[in-house]
Ligand binder design. Structure first.
Ligand SMILES: NC(=O)c1ccc[n+]([C@@H]2O[C@H](COP(=O)([O-])OP(=O)(O)OC[C@H]3O[C@@H](n4cnc5c(N)ncnc54)[C@H](O)[C@@H]3O)[C@@H](O)[C@H]2O)c1
Ligand SMILES: O=C(O)C[C@H](O)C(=O)O
Ligand SMILES: [Mg+2]
Length: 543
């Protein structure tokens, strides 16, 4: 409850307002009688009204707007509805609808949320952070809006992403919304259409470059450390121009990680291992072809190779089993202009430019799309894959839905139902030849909320690679035989909170084992972490 608010002020305070769920006694004690309709409702009835209202909206973007407006009236009811209807509401507050919301951000804007640190704030970033009213802040998700899903540079419109990610921190990771802070680092945008849009809300200037960019980031991270000691900082949807460098620069300085590289890496490794439970193959026997060689692909490739090495292959042998193809063709040694982060993935062989040709020559058993280019996995591409592979594993990781390398229907149809398919955005089950095939949602949402919870529960000072391996193993262990029987290599979205708890226990246990924790290890970590998780309940008000 927000302190001693009463009457109309209490109803206007979104963090304290319970609307029609205020009891008779609370209405008397808090000066609410007369300000509410007489019915006293249960939270369940309030949630039912939310769902009923959502059904009557014309589009998913309208539903998104309705939910954001609800949150401005009652954070508690918003969180409760999200938790009680996770699988149903996830595609609205998160991928794919959040992508549309970002594209339309300036148009659908109702009320500010989170913190905006801009290129004009050099020298006063600390002051801005101290201005944040809620607290104490425990988790920050920050973006500079430069690579929002597969939608490119959306500038300040990208604020929808940190907001959506933190909604999952609360709903799945049980981290209280009051301790979560979404941050938009508005360094300008190179998206000229946006800069000319009359409703655009960000700085209308080109992106900061080089030293100016680095200086703002440095001031921001230093201010975060000073104002919110012990906070977890998640980098999200930064373009690869900066993402790898920022991670390298800051991972030894504070508790931070890059979700698109590391969270996706853990999710991808778990997904491949789960698919192998269906095919019966061994990880060390697979040949993987990544289409796209950016954050997501390199994050997964790095983890898969390390897992192969842990299972007995030499690094050289592991490298020979992971191929990456980007806009310039296959990553091969000596290719001019290869950036540092791609070099460890380049192979000593002749160049190949074409995807279909690469499939015929390399004969992958696992095809992973992380290109941000919709429909790259065409019928000829999937035919070529299915020609040499009995049970091809196909992941179309690019978000939102229109950017997926292929749809579930296409993946199954063009491989005669033999593909094991998962995608970054949700796809409905597909009926094929009398069978119902259920695609999994291969999204880092299965990793980052649990990682965040585990880091906070252990008071981790740094985020290690070992934590992501532990997270991947914990996620894989949550996939049941019944999931696999339907073709789904992930737990259902309705189990995301359970999955987050399992991932959190694995991450915290790693922190305690490796001396990276500042919180004492409880006798029963699972019980203790579960007990620490935020639930949008309605305890009696201190009347
Ligand atoms: N499902 C998930 O959990 C998840 C996680 C992270 C990223 N993603 C999605 O993956 C996509 C890529 O994200 P990223 O951070 O890796 O971006 P990125 O910009 O770092 O990488 C994109 C890569 O794709 C390559 N590419 C583009 N067009 C191509 C083409 N026609 N053929 C071959 N390669 C091509 C680029 O050269 C680059 O290497 C985005 O759509 C993002 O939404 C999904
Ligand atoms: O946001 C998502 O849905 C996953 C991922 O972080 C992405 O950038 O696409
Ligand atoms: Mg992302």
């Amino acid at each position: 409850m927000s302190g001693s608010l009463t009457g109309a002020a209490l109803l206007r305070d979104a963090t304290a307002n319970r609307g029609t769920a205020f009891s008779e006694a609370e209405r008397d004690a808090l000066g609410l009688r007369g300000l509410l309709p007489p019915a006293v409702e249960t939270p369940e009835r309030q949630v039912a009204r939310v769902i009923d209202n959502l059904k009557r909206q014309a589009s998913d973007l309208d539903r998104y707007c309705w939910l954001m407006a609800l949150r401005e009236r009652s954070e508690l009811l918003f969180q409760r509805a999200l938790l009680d209807h996770l699988a149903e509401l996830l595609p609205l507050v998160y991928t794919p609808t959040v992508g549309q919301a970002c594209q339309q951000f300036g148009r659908i804007f109702q009320a500010p949320r989170g913190l905006y640190v801009t290129a004009r704030d050099r020298g006063r970033v600390r002051e801005l952070l101290r201005r944040w009213p809620a607290g104490p802040v425990r988790a920050i998700v920050v973006t500079d809006g430069s690579r929002i899903l597969g939608l490119g540079d959306l500038g300040a419109n990208g604020m929808g992403i940190p907001i959506g990610k933190l909604d999952l921190y609360s709903a799945c990771g049980g981290i209280a919304p009051g301790s979560c802070l979404p941050v938009m680092l508005d360094v300008g945008t190179d998206n000229a259409t946006l800069r000319d849009d009359p409703f655009y809300l960000g700085l209308r200037q080109p992106r900061l470059q080089d030293d100016d960019y680095d200086a703002l980031l440095e001031e921001f991270v230093s201010a975060v450390q000073e104002c919110f000691p012990g906070v977890l900082l998640q980098f999200e949807d930064f373009s690869n121009r900066h993402a790898f460098a920022l991670l390298a620069r800051y991972r030894e300085r504070l508790c931070c990680f890059n979700d698109d590289i590391q969270g996706t890496g853990a999710m991808g490794l778990a997904a491949v291992n789960s698919a192998l439970r269906i095919t019966g193959g061994k990880l060390t026997g697979q040949r993987l072809l990544f289409v796209g060689a950016g954050e997501a692909a390199l994050g997964i490739a790095t983890m898969v190779k390390a897992a192969m090495v842990a299972q007995g292959l030499s690094l050289e042998q592991a490298r020979e089993r992971c191929w990456l193809l980007d806009t310039q063709g296959l990553l091969v040694a000596g290719r001019p202009g290869l950036p540092a982060h791609k070099q460890p993935h380049a192979q000593p062989r002749a160049p190949l430019a074409d995807l279909e040709q690469a499939i015929s020559v390399l004969q992958p058993t696992v095809l992973i799309g992380a290109s941000g280019m919709g429909q790259l996995f065409s019928q000829p591409v999937l035919h070529a894959l299915a020609r040499h592979c009995e049970r091809p594993v196909v992941f179309a990781l690019s978000n939102p839905t229109a950017k997926a390398e292929c749809s579930a229907q296409q993946a199954y149809e063009w491989t005669e139902g033999r593909a094991i398919f998962a995608a970054g955005s949700p796809f409905a089950p597909v009926e094929l030849a009398g069978r119902t095939l259920v695609p999994g949602q291969a999204n880092n949402a299965y990793i980052f909320p649990g990682v965040g919870l585990g880091l906070l529960a252990s008071g981790a000072t740094r985020v290690s690679d070992a934590m992501f391996f532990a997270a991947a193993a914990a996620l894989a262990a949550q996939v049941k035989d019944a999931d696999l029987a339907s073709g789904r290599i992930f737990p259902g979205q309705d189990r995301l909170r359970e999955v987050a708890l399992a991932v959190a226990v694995a991450v915290a246990t790693t922190a305690w084992r490796d001396g990276l924790a500042t919180q004492p290890r409880p006798d029963d970590p699972e019980l203790a972490i579960l007990a620490s998780m935020y639930r949008p309940g309605y305890p009696a008000c201190a009347a």
